[in-house]
Design a protein around this ligand. Structure first.
Ligand SMILES: [Zn+2]
Length: 184
C-alpha cells in the first residue's frame, strides 16, 4: 500500500480535486475545506471535528428549532387570548353602557311617577276641600240633602285616607279645613 493509496474520509463537496489538497489532509465535516489529518478544530470555520460535537451541534439546532416553534405557538396562543380579552372587554363595556342607560331611564320614570302622584294627590285634596266647603256653606239643610251630604263626606273621607294614609296627619289636615270653613 503506497502513500497515494491511503484512505481518507470521502465527504460530499470535498476539495480533493483542489491542487493544494494533499493526502495528509482530511475534509472539515462542517465547511468541507481541506484541513490537517487529526486536527481537532478546523482552521477555516473554527469548528470541532469530533463526532460528539457534530452530534451535539445537530441536537442544539433541533433544540433551537423546537424552542422557536414553542415560542411561536405561545405567541399565537397569547395573541388569541388577547383578541378574546379585547372582545370580552368590548362586550362588557357595551353591557355597562346599556345598564347605565336603563338605570337612568328607570330613575327618570320613577321621578315622573313621583311627580305625577304628587300632582294627583294635590288635585284630590283640592277637590275634597272644594266639596267640603260647598256642602258646609249651604245655609239650610233639608233632611234629604243632609243625608246626601253625609254620604258625600264619607266618600271624601275614604278618598282623603287614600292620599293621606297617616291618621294623625289626616286629622290635622281636617282640623285646618274646618277652621278655614268656619272662618276662625
Ligand atoms: Zn471547517
Amino acid at each position: 500500500m503506497s502513500e497515494t493509496d491511503l484512505p481518507f474520509v470521502e465527504h460530499p463537496g470535498n476539495k480533493t480535486s483542489d491542487p493544494e489538497f494533499t493526502k495528509s489532509q482530511v475534509i472539515c465535516r462542517h465547511c468541507a475545506q481541506p484541513i490537517a489529518q487529526g486536527a481537532k478544530v478546523c482552521h477555516y470555520c473554527s469548528r470541532s471535528q469530533s463526532r460528539f460535537w457534530a452530534f451535539f451541534d445537530r441536537v442544539a439546532i433541533l433544540i433551537s428549532i423546537a424552542l422557536v416553534a414553542l415560542a411561536f405557538m405561545q405567541f399565537i396562543e397569547a395573541r388569541r387570548e388577547r383578541v378574546a380579552a379585547d372582545q370580552a372587554l368590548a362586550e362588557a363595556t357595551d353591557a355597562k353602557d346599556r345598564a347605565e342607560l336603563a338605570a337612568r331611564k328607570a330613575q327618570e320614570a320613577e321621578h315622573n311617577v313621583t311627580t305625577l302622584n304628587e300632582k294627583l294627590r294635590q288635585q284630590i285634596l283640592s277637590m275634597i276641600t272644594i266639596s267640603y266647603m260647598t256642602l258646609e256653606s249651604r245655609a239650610a239643610w233639608s233632611v234629604h240633602s243632609q243625608k246626601v251630604a253625609k254620604e258625600i263626606k264619607e266618600e271624601m273621607g275614604s278618598l282623603l285616607a287614600y292620599v293621606i294614609p297617616d291618621s294623625q296627619e289626616r286629622s290635622h289636615w281636617m282640623d285646618n279645613l274646618e277652621r278655614r270653613v268656619s272662618g276662625k
